[in-house]
Design a protein around this ligand. Sequence first.
Ligand SMILES: [Zn+2]
Ligand SMILES: [Zn+2]
Length: 256
Amino acid sequence: MKQLLNRSARVVLDALLPPTCAACGTEVMTEGAFCGTCFQAAHRIVSPSCHRCGVPLENEGLGGTQNCCAACDAHPPVWRSARAAFVYDARSRRLILPLKYSDHTENAAVLARQMASAGEGLLKDVTVVVPVPLYRTRLWKRRYNQAALMAQGVSRLAGLPCVVDALQRVRSTRALARLSAGEREQEMEHAVRVRKGRGVRIEGQAVLLVDDVLTTGSTATACTKALMKAGAASVDILVAARTGRVDEQNPRFVQE
Ligand SMILES: [Zn+2]
Ligand SMILES: [Zn+2]
């Protein structure tokens, strides 16, 4: 009840007060927008980027003719290709974290627009949009899945169906941030599956998997495997931001 009152109070206040940038609090023209400074500060990924994992490439030549980074060349990901709107760093974090931790759900639409534009090439090749799932208890605590909000935004913009609950986390995974790549993979294995009854919406489809951040790719790998197991024809990844790889060829994009 208290929460409900807080919420209605916020709705009333929001109607009275001018909208502010979700990242820094400066006044902005429209609700859910970021101010120009915060928005322009974020490092947009423009071509050339690795078509397999979305990491920005320093120049066309580095990717060779395949436009593929050295890491993907050595260990190709299980998904078909990936695109990211921003490099995940201190600047883009300011755009993404308010959505993740402080109820700024209106940001999802803003980020979805950036993602749809970064993933323009992918959107022509997919038939259904699916978000990376949150574990139940985490969903209750946060009340929404930020990846689902982004997936819905992208699906609306692209005119594609979105199966919001296609994937399910079958068990809680430890916070992945501190684990090594190998430990992450182990932690995620069998942690995701296609929800009972949703297989028919996945079978034969070219799936676009949506998440907020692509880091080592262990979550995206687990989701891709689950989708392929359910008969998906292909899986592509679209994220708001991509962490830089610790890549000798590409020291500029080393994760902060
Ligand atoms: Zn701002
Ligand atoms: Zn790559």
